[in-house]
Design a protein around this ligand. Structure first.
Ligand SMILES: NC(=O)c1ccc[n+]([C@@H]2O[C@H](COP(=O)([O-])OP(=O)(O)OC[C@H]3O[C@@H](n4cnc5c(N)ncnc54)[C@H](OP(=O)(O)O)[C@@H]3O)[C@@H](O)[C@H]2O)c1
Length: 259
């Protein structure tokens, strides 16, 4: 295998769609062996099949990362299949809305369970195995809302703010053990979820194209990002190209947080 991730084994959580799927395809092309996760089995198997058809090694594990036993099973499968773990991309997450008053207990707890607790738990499970090897990398998926607030998105903004400081705290704890911990912080990125009916509810009944144009207007570069553009930043943080980078929040947001 050649490529920037040749001979590396990577776990990507939430690789059934969007940024996780795009990163899985890029990592495979760069030579990594992959363990992919997510709850939607048909989509996960399809991504894994596509990767195997390109000649890379890949297993998909159906897993709900809010469940501790599922997280453990993912790590067990990675070790059984490939014998080690070099890279963890903590990508699985949900987007939720609400203010302090309108957020229900259920939405609050679900958001923190997948966007925060699952990130910590996966790190806790892989770090002992990374320590044995050294030269390993964890990349957490934050958001531009890891560094600035946003309206009507309290549980999500809270969770992504936590990801930012969890990333820095873990980077400090493990820097001497040659485990780098960084976060990619995407701005609005066009994924299939955005095509779901009602996503642009405030803009209905205008066409989707109109809604997207309107929503893009506040981004300095005038457009949404693409999952493939986020994947390239994840590759940088996961590979030896960023060998002296740890505790960093890499904003990939078309300039959104520069204003
Ligand atoms: N798109 C954006 O504009 C944007 C901007 C900033 C940050 N992000 C972050 O990017 C990450 C990926 O999101 P995306 O935009 O690519 O959307 P997406 O296509 O909806 O991807 C989310 C992924 O997370 C997985 N997931 C969600 N809950 C899970 C759970 N309980 N257990 C296991 N997997 C779970 C989903 O898989 P299953 O449904 O199959 O379980 C899916 O693969 C998220 O952390 C999100 O916060 C996205």
């Amino acid at each position: 295998m050649t490529g920037r991730l040749a001979n590396k084994v990577a776990i990507i959580t939430g690789a059934t769609s969007g940024i996780g799927k795009a990163t899985a395809l890029l990592f495979a092309d760069e030579g990594a062996a992959l363990v992919l996760t997510g709850r939607r089995a048909a989509l996960g198997e399809a991504v894994a099949n596509e990767i195997r058809s390109r000649g890379a090694r890949c297993v998909y594990v159906v897993a709900d990362h809010t469940q501790a036993e599922d997280c453990q099973r993912v790590v067990d499968v990675a070790l059984k299949e490939f014998g080690r773990i070099d890279i963890l991309f903590n990508n699985a997450g949900i987007v939720t809305s609400g203010t302090a008053e309108t957020t229900s207990d259920e939405v609050w707890n679900n958001t923190l369970a997948i966007n925060v607790t699952a990130v910590w738990r996966m790190c806790k499970l892989v770090i002992p195995h990374m320590r044995e090897r050294g030269g390993c990398a964890i990349v957490n998926n934050g958001s531009d809302w890891s560094v600035v607030g946003g309206k009507n998105a309290l549980p999500y903004v809270t969770s992504k703010g936590a990801v930012a400081l969890m990333t820095k705290a873990m980077a400090l704890d493990y820097a001497r053990e040659k485990i780098r911990v960084n976060a990619v912080c995407p701005g609005d990125t066009f994924v299939d979820r955005w095509l779901e009916k009602g996503y642009f509810a405030d803009s209905d009944p205008v066409t989707l194209d109109d809604a997207i144009e309107e929503a893009s207007a506040y981004i300095p570069m005038g457009r949404f990002g693409l999952p493939e553009e986020i994947a390239k930043a994840v590759l940088f943080l996961a590979s030896d190209d960023s060998s002296f980078v740890t505790g960093h929040l890499l904003l990939v947001d078309g300039g959104n947080t520069a204003q």
